[in-house]
Design a protein around this ligand. Structure first.
Ligand code: LHQ
Length: 264
């Protein structure tokens, strides 16, 4: 098993768990953490025995976004090009999570701020500890929400709440995040990891190829007309109908037993 310095990585029984692991900095992203995340996701992509992923954080925070100490003080006479880090590190991370053909469960164990909040929102199912919060912290330091925040927020909470969250940059509690539909659910702190693992373990027994097609269809829906989406569903259903797991699902139903999906 690969050892990382900014992540913990484990894989067992069909579930890979990536834990952001810089607890003294609330797991803020560094270039090195991005390198290690790329490596960990590439390992998952290559390992078909992994059928679900959990992403979480060490210590009291989930992730405080970009490590603001990494670059040091900004000289206004020589401002940085922040687009470079987005192109190289943050945007590929969001795209990797979205495109991964396995479901990603995010267990938000504490504060999720800036890019940390939006990387969480990129995951397929987000559950959060009751003590966690989500902060679109960007405007506090003069930045625009990135990592897809301006795309996820209006689609999950609606434009009125999205505008207030992004412009005011105030914390949103996990309970309110659930009530607003930003995340799937909020659970007691002690229950978070058990709940995340049990969701992921369950997903790992489901028809994996079909789950990837469902992910694809849901993501395509916001750019599609109903006509376009109906066509896409037809195309994806053709693929699903040719999987072994579809034949197993129907056979199990007719035989009145639990299906034993193999993810193929
Ligand atoms: C941190 C951080 C942090 C370093 C806490 N960095 N040390 C940006 C730029 C470039 C390109 C791409 O895109 C981006 C995207 C972004 O992510 S911009 C947004 C960056 N993040 C923030 O602005 C959030 C900064 N952090 C905070 O506002 C607070 O720490 C929150 C509200 C998250 C938590 O507050 P507290 O619970 O009171 O914790 P704390 O502030 O005491 O933090 C604990 C330690 O972690 C502390 O270190 P210390 O040595 O004093 O114990 C912080 O300095 C450190 N830390 N966030 N992003």
């Amino acid at each position: 098993m690969e050892t990382y310095t900014t992540l913990l990585f484990e894989s067992a029984d069909g579930v890979a768990t990536i834990t952001l692991h810089r607890p003294e900095r609330l797991n803020a992203f560094t270039v090195h953490m991005h390198e290690e995340l790329r490596h960990a996701f590439a390992a998952i992509e290559a390992d078909r025995s992994v059928r679900a992923v959990v992403l979480t954080g060490s210590g009291r925070g989930f992730c405080a976004g970009q490590d603001l100490g990494e670059r040091g003080a900004i000289d206004p006479a020589h401002p940085p090009d922040l687009g470079v880090g987005l192109d190289k590190n943050f945007n590929p991370l969001v795209r990797t999570i979205r495109k991964l053909d396995r479901p990603v469960v995010c267990a938000v164990n504490g504060v999720a701020a800036g890019a940390g909040a939006n990387v969480a929102l990129a995951c397929d199912i987000v559950i959060a500890a009751r003590s966690a919060s989500f902060i679109q912290a960007f405007a506090r330091i003069g930045l625009v929400p990135d990592c897809g925040g301006t795309w996820f927020l209006p689609r999950t909470v609606g434009s009125a709440r999205a505008a207030a969250l992004a412009l005011l940059a105030e914390p949103l509690t996990a309970e309110r995040a659930e009530a607003w539909g930003l995340i799937y659910k909020c659970v007691d702190d002690e229950a978070l990891m058990g709940e995340a693992r049990s969701l992921a373990s369950h997903l790992a027994t489901r028809p994996t190829r079909t789950l990837a097609l469902i992910k694809l269809a849901l993501q395509a829906s916001s750019g599609n007309s109903l006509d376009g989406q109906l066509d896409l569903e037809r195309d994806l259903q053709r693929v699903a109908g040719k999987t072994y797991d579809f034949s197993e699902g129907v056979r199990a139903f007719l035989e009145k037993r639990e299906a034993r999906f193999e993810g193929r």
